[in-house]
Write a protein that binds this ligand. Sequence first.
Ligand SMILES: C[C@H](NC(=O)[C@@H](N)CCCCN)C(=O)O
Length: 469
Amino acid sequence: MTQTTVQSLRDKPAVRWTALILVALTMFFGYMFVDVLSPLKTQLEETVKWDSTIFGTYGSSEFFINVFCGFLIFAGIILDKMGVRFTAILSGSLMLLGAIIKIYALSEYFNMGGIGFDLLNSASFPASAKLSCIGFALFGCGCEMGGVTVSRAIVKWFQGKEMALAMGIEMAIARLGVFAVFWTSPMISKHFAQKGEMFLSVQAPVIFVGILLAVGLILYIIYGFMDKALEKEQGAEEIEEEEPFKFSDLGKVFGSGMFWIVALLCVLYYSAIFPFQKYATEMLSSNIGLETETAAKIFSMFPLGAMFITPLLGAFLDYKGKGATMLIIGAVLMFACHATFAFFPFNEVSHMAAVTIAITAIVVLGISFSLVPAALWPSVPKIIDNKVLGSAYSAIFFIQNIGLMSVPIIIGRILDVTNPNVAPGEPKNYTTAMIVFAMFGVAAFFLGFVLKIADKKKGFGLELPNKTK
Ligand SMILES: C[C@H](NC(=O)[C@@H](N)CCCCN)C(=O)O
């Protein structure tokens, strides 16, 4: 006699992996948009007169609303109250709205005195930059909200199944987005620059990724139908999710010493990664004398390496442990890369040697960027009570966003101060800026040690494997 069991949608691998691909693709487009202008810093300087301070402020603006209005905390509440479907579509819409504003800000029409130009323009801060910041800030709300929502969606579909693998793959797909944009953005820009279309040379890459964000919103809507079908089938209460957000949870989270060590380690480490991405292309062309397109291609090896190694290191952590050690090694490697760009005399060696050393340093940073995220995020459940895990993650993101917001401004200011007589588009001295990035590595290294010692004393099991035999 054969027995037939009714399979839930979650039990069908093809269905749950389709759900993952739908939400991960939107994050892929989101991460592309985050860095769409990063390889074009020099062109922005020449075309729309953004000096390094302005560029830094623009880079920071992604996090303005998340930090100053505490939007990330509200995002958690919205997610709890309205659910994954609504929040996913809201975050996708915010990302698209931000993109449309940025596309308008970089248009020839606007910059030639179009609607809103006179209202926003000032000698010290061009209207194109102000409006781009507004667009990027709205986009940033959607992107960070999307990040939290996607994690929740993965829990919904994968809890009790391949959840860590699904999270690793989602992160890898996001890294692929950064890789893709460091290739496509300079290529599109060059195409229009060669035709003498200066505004389009910075606007067209944004239009391209803006269209992808519209596709991303459609994917979120399609995901919404799958989400609804799952809820209808099982009933929302049957799906084990994290506890709903409560303000009192924040007290418990902020009262934990271990939370502060991890949150500070996170802000220090990520402050030397995402803000560095914004300056890396110009730093490479300045240090080694490369064209923008070539410098961006070299830098694209960073997210690509991280994409392949992160899931492997996640698996290593699952079976062998050594989470705190991985954080320490990651910080050392990050310091080594930034210190190389700060101190190595690239102009005193052959071009070939300079390029080889630069590529090696970038690959080392890629390994570091695999070690730290692979070890950091899965460490949080070991030190924080499961009941307040959702609040802990949003609190860590909030603290991290403060660093991601401040550092690009600081680096931009440093570049302008240390390069007083450098004309727009000319190579810059990046030594001081790179020393600052390297110092974040030193601080993260010490915090990694503090974490390891605290773990040894209190027995959180950060060095132990996740999987029990
Ligand atoms: C998972 C982690 N993402 C984050 O930390 C985000 N809060 C920051 C993303 C910055 C770009 N918007 C990661 O990507 O490792």
